[in-house]
Structures are given as C-alpha cells and as structure tokens.
Design a protein around this ligand. Structure first.
Ligand SMILES: Nc1ncnc2c1ncn2[C@@H]1O[C@H](COP(=O)(O)OP(=O)(O)OP(=O)(O)O)[C@@H](O)[C@H]1O
Ligand SMILES: [Mg+2]
Length: 336
C-alpha cells in the first residue's frame, strides 16, 4: 500500500544572526542554512497494517507524514501510496487518504459540525447511500450525534478530535494518517479513539500510520513500529521483538529493615560483579532499595540472598522494564 524509497527532506532557510544588528544583517545576507529533517528513509507498509511511527520531538515524523500525504515534496527519493506519487497526484491521492493532525483541526471552525460533513461529502463525491451507511457506522464508534449540530469552535477537545477522526474517515480512505491523535485527551476519550481506530482497521482493512508520544497508543494499536531519530530510521520491526531485544533489564524493589547496612560496593562484592554492572538506589527514609539489572547476567534469587546478608528483607516487588523505558533508552542512546 505504501512504498517509501530513500526519501530525504532538506529545509533551506536564510541564515539568522543574533541581535537586532544581526536581524538587519540577515535581511541582506544570502547565506543559507540547510536542515536535513529526513535522511534516507525507506519502508513498505502492507494493506491493513497499523504502524506506529515514533521518535523524539523534531525527529522528522511529521515531515515524513507530510511527504506521504503529498503536502511536501521529498528533496530526494520517492514515495508511492497505492501506486500514486502523492505530491504529483495530489487530488487523486486525496481520495485514498484521510489525515488527522491532532494539533489542529481540519474542520470549519464556525460551522456546525453537520455542515462540515456535508461539505466533505461534496468534496469527496460520497453518494447519499454511502454517506448514510458511513454516518451510521461513525456515529456508532465515535458517538458524533451528541454534538453534531454544534459549531466546531464550541466543541471540547475530545469531541473535536472525534469529529476530526470522523471527518477523515467519511470517504472511507484506504490509508489513514494520524499525527498525535490522542494528544491532550482524557483517558476515556483516548480509549474511545483507540477503539474506533481498531474497529475501522478491522472492518475496512484501513492501513493506519500513527505518530504519537503516548506509549499506550502503541501498545494498544500497533503490531509494528518504526523509530526514527534525527531524520534516520533506527528501528523497524515488531513491538515484541523490540521488547525482547532491548527489554533485558529488570527492576526489583525491596523493603530492607536495616537500610544503613546496605551499600552498593558491598552488594557488588557479594554478587561477584562490578558496581557498573547494575544500578542501585536506596531510599533510606522509606527503607526501599531498588536495583535495576540485566536479566541475562543476574537472577532475582541471587540478588535477594545477597541483600539478605546485609539486611532483613520484608517485602519484594519485581517489574519488567516497560516499553516506555525501552523507548526512552533508545531515544537517548540510539540503538546499540
Ligand atoms: N518548514 C520547515 N522549515 C524548516 N525546518 C523545518 C520545517 N518543518 C520542520 N522543520 C524541522 O525539521 C525537523 C523535523 O521536524 P518534524 O516536525 O518532522 O518533527 P517531529 O518528529 O514531527 O517532531 P514532534 O514530535 O515535535 O512533532 C525539526 O528540526 C524541524 O525544526
Ligand atoms: Mg510532529
């Protein structure tokens, strides 16, 4: 459905100089700076996949989405959506895609929502019959009827986001691009939006590309994720593989009665490893000792018995590293 082949995007802007003098100098200067926002990214996405496109702020996610929707032209490379080059066939491509940018609405601010939908029906040439069927489905999954007659500007953020998603889906697009669709929403609306996405994907085999900073969106929706960093693709694969490969760390928390007797050097000695091989934090006021370790290197019983040589242990809790931790680690150090 989507083929992205070695795309690059450079933004060229006039060079800026500091201060007022600099601003004036800048007016007459012809010097340019080039910002490479996307560098040599390739991937293929099959029909019906839900792919999470993630990376830290400024990584180049929105820029990639804009190239896939045809809003921006790649500096180099090519992308094809359902066989079309989106920036060369913008109108044809528009029939195949739906787009939601969570940060701003695509709807007509002053019009009642119902009229926005009527306009979109005309723009996309949706027949009366299809419109009815579609609205029935959208009402069911997004509950638009509660605010269908209200002007868009009076909608709450959660209502607006449901409205935006509904609007993007009115013409039953083959591909749905969602750029931070759950930003700023409460848990219930987030859940509602996620369920709607799932249902649409299952019922119509809609291909979904989703950018988000919400790890739960990813866990709930995406079987595959692509991670980009500084414009480059650094990971492409299943969520499970990411967890297996990078989620080798575990955290164990213990309540220790004699916390004064616990220290890192001693523990390392008892475990016959170096102090650099694990992380340890000791909260002496609450008597809580937490240790983060690599599960290929140490095992819980070993740690427990070593700690018990220093202090009595009255409680223990074990946690798998969460996806959020893994992603944070990858953002800050790249993929090893
Ligand atoms: N029109 C533009 N002109 C110049 N630079 C731009 C332009 N659009 C984006 N950039 C730069 O390109 C880089 C990638 O931006 P992009 O918006 O794609 O990031 P993002 O991954 O979507 O980040 P976020 O998570 O913050 O939304 C940033 O450094 C940004 O400043
Ligand atoms: Mg963005």
């Amino acid at each position: 459905m989507i083929e992205v082949k070695h795309i690059y995007k450079d933004f060229v802007s006039p060079k800026k100089y500091p201060g007022l003098k600099g601003a004036i100098k800048g007016l007459f200067s012809t010097e340019k700076v080039v910002k490479r926002a996307v560098e040599d990214i390739s991937f293929n996405i099959e029909k019906g996949e839900i792919v999470g496109y993630i990376g830290s702020n400024g990584a180049g996610k929105s820029t990639t989405i804009k190239m896939m929707t045809g809003i921006l032209n790649p500096t180099k490379g090519e992308c094809l959506v359902n066989g079309l080059n989106p920036s060369k066939n913008r109108r044809k491509n528009a029939k195949n895609i739906g787009v939601v940018f969570g940060q701003r609405t695509q709807l007509w601010w002053d019009l009642p929502l119902s009229e926005s939908f009527t306009i979109l029906k005309e723009i996309y040439n949706v027949s009366d019959e299809d419109y009815e069927k579609r609205m029935e489905f959208l009402n069911k999954v997004l509950e638009l009827q509660d605010f269908f007659d209200k002007p868009v500007r009076t909608l709450s953020l959660g209502q607006r986001m449901r409205a935006d998603l509904g609007a993007a889906l009115l013409h039953n697009p083959k591909v749905l691009y969602l750029d931070e669709p759950t930003i700023g929403l409460d848990l219930i609306v987030k859940d509602n939006i996620r369920n709607a996405i799932k249902e649409i994907n299952e019922k119509y085999q809609t291909t979904v590309i989703l950018t988000t900073h919400d790890i739960e969106d990813i866990e709930e929706l995406c079987s595959r994720i692509i991670i980009i960093d500084e414009g480059k693709k650094i990971y492409d694969g299943s969520l499970q593989k990411l967890k297996d490969t990078y989620g080798t760390k575990r955290k164990v928390e213990m309540e220790v009665k004699q916390s004064d007797k616990v220290n890192k050097a001693k523990l390392a000695g008892l475990l016959h490893i170096s102090e650099n091989d694990f992380q340890m934090e000791l909260d002496k006021t609450n008597n809580v000792l937490s240790i983060i370790f690599d599960k290929s290197m140490l095992q819980i019983p070993q740690i427990l018995s070593a700690v018990m040589e220093m202090s009595e242990v009255s409680d223990i809790q074990i946690q798998e590293t969460e996806l959020a931790e893994i992603v944070k680690e990858i953002y800050s150090h790249g993929v090893a």
